[in-house]
Design a protein around this ligand. Structure first.
Ligand code: HEC
Length: 144
């Protein structure tokens, strides 16, 4: 199923450009393969897709400062976010995965998230209530 989602085509999207944009605009903090930096920068690899299990989580991904204030134009930022999710976190995405639209990203960006750390945990805990795999990730319940 994750494989099928990884093949979802997004109109006009350019994976190569998205990859280059990631390297230039995000990788300095998020590191190659979006693995993050423990205690400082969250891991997006194998994780970011969880946020799309709630509308608030979906919006959070665009409203975090590193995304919202990026110098990338709306269309390239949209392309980058969809590429990022499908490349590094396809397995955590909901079914069906609805890619971000340019209009959606453009509308969310100006509404900057003021307290990412606090909002992040509140959203994730809420999603985890209905998603055992995330609860295990967050160590809210034992993975056995
Ligand atoms: C200056 C360092 C830096 C840059 C550059 C940066 N980020 Fe971030 N990013 C962070 C930090 C730190 C967080 C944790 C929340 C916060 O403090 O803003 C974060 C959070 C996020 C989140 C939320 C993930 C989660 O699990 O909470 C996403 C999505 C994200 N960044 C994507 C990007 C993308 C895409 C780019 C490039 C366009 C980018 N970031 C550029 C440092 C950065």
């Amino acid at each position: 199923m994750a494989l099928a989602m990884g093949l979802v085509p997004v109109a006009g999207a350019d994976d190569h450009r998205a990859r280059i944009n990631y390297m230039i605009h995000c990788q300095g903090c998020h590191l190659p393969e979006a693995v993050g930096f423990a205690g400082k920068v969250p891991r997006m690899n194998g994780f970011a897709g969880y946020f799309l299990h709630s509308q608030e989580g979906r919006e959070f991904l665009i409203r975090v400062p590193g995304v919202a204030t990026s110098s990338l134009p709306d269309d390239q930022l949209t392309e980058l976010m969809n590429w990022l999710l499908l490349t590094y976190s396809a397995e955590q995405l909901p079914e069906p995965f609805v890619p971000f639209s340019v209009a959606e990203v453009a509308a969310l960006r100006p509404d900057l998230e003021a307290d990412p750390e606090k909002t992040r945990m509140r959203i994730l805990r809420q999603i985890a209530r209905g998603l055992p795999s995330l609860a295990v990730e967050l160590e809210l319940i034992s993975g056995g």
